[in-house]
Design a protein around this ligand. Structure first.
Ligand code: HEM
Length: 120
């Protein structure tokens, strides 16, 4: 598969991951519970599959570009782990939902910065 294929896969994963996390942020931020979360299952599934798309797309690009594992990729792996945990963080820390609403997209922008500028 060409580089562009993996990049689009990476992007699809990013958009879907942030959509899924955003759904939980708004639900739990509104005082919602696990029991009255009518979309809990689809949000959880979307989050899991989309994280996989980010990972496969990312590693596909690493292989296509012959990048190896420089520092910026290692940091992106950590950001990916944080976005992985972010499906439960809105539930655990519902009182910070307003901050979380912006924090995850900012993590995404930082991840994009790392890929664009490859600073280390
Ligand atoms: C498993 C973790 C990740 C890996 C291995 C990874 C790897 C990569 C690679 C290899 C590229 C292409 C760089 C190039 O074209 O020179 C890339 C691009 C990009 N990544 Fe990731 N990434 C990861 C996680 C993330 C996350 C979590 C986000 C955002 C939420 C993200 C956002 C982006 C964006 C926006 C680009 C495009 C930048 C450009 O225009 O080249 N990445 N990533």
């Amino acid at each position: 598969m060409p580089y562009e294929f993996y990049k689009l896969m990476h992007f699809a994963g990013i958009f879907l991951t942030l959509a899924a996390i955003g759904g939980n942020v708004v639900h739990y931020g509104n005082g919602g519970t696990k029991d009255n979360h009518g979309m809990r299952k689809i949000v959880g599934m979307t989050h899991g599959i989309s994280l996989l798309l980010i990972l496969v797309g990312g590693f596909g690009m690493i292989a296509k570009l012959g990048l190896g594992f420089p520092g910026w990729i290692i940091v992106k792996l950590v950001l990916w782990l944080i976005l992985g945990a972010a499906v439960v963080l809105p539930f655990k820390f519902a009182n910070t939902a307003k901050i979380q609403l912006f924090a995850y997209p900012i993590i995404g922008v930082f991840a994009a910065y790392l890929a664009l500028f490859k600073p280390f």
